[in-house]
Ligand binder design. Structure first.
Ligand SMILES: [Zn+2]
Length: 114
C-alpha cells in the first residue's frame, strides 16, 4: 500500500512537471514570437502612417503647384499678360477678349504636368 502510494506520488509529480514544462515552453514561445511580431506591428503602423502622409503631401504639393503656376497667368499690374508678357490683350479666334489663364490653358497644363 505504501509503495503504491509512493508510485502515485511520483506519477503526480511527473504529471505536474510535464504540465509546467508545457506551460513554460508556451510562455517562451510567446515571448520569442512577441518580439518580431511587435516590431512588425509597429513598423507596419509607422510605414502606413508615413505612406498616408506622403500621399497627402503629393496631393497638396500638386494643388500648390497648380495654384502657383496659374497665378502667373493673370493680367499684371501694367495691364499685360503675366504669362507671356504681351502688352496686348489676348483674343480668341473669333476676336473676343479672353483672360490669360484661358488663352494659355494648354501651356499651363503642360507646365503643371512637368
Ligand atoms: Zn499671354
Amino acid at each position: 500500500m505504501r509503495k503504491g502510494g509512493l508510485g502515485q506520488l511520483v506519477g503526480i509529480l511527473l504529471l505536474i512537471g510535464l504540465v509546467l514544462m508545457i506551460v513554460k515552453w508556451a510562455l517562451i514561445t510567446i515571448a520569442i514570437l512577441a518580439v518580431p511580431f511587435g516590431i512588425w506591428f509597429v513598423y507596419d503602423r509607422v510605414s502606413a502612417a508615413k505612406k498616408r502622409a506622403a500621399e497627402q503631401d503629393a496631393v497638396q504639393g500638386a494643388a500648390d503647384r497648380r495654384r502657383e503656376i496659374e497665378s502667373l497667368a493673370v493680367v499684371d499690374a501694367a495691364g499685360g499678360c503675366g504669362w507671356c508678357g504681351s502688352r496686348l490683350a489676348h483674343r480668341d479666334r473669333l476676336g473676343m477678349l479672353v483672360g490669360p489663364a484661358d488663352f494659355h490653358r494648354a501651356e499651363i497644363e503642360d507646365a503643371v504636368r512637368r
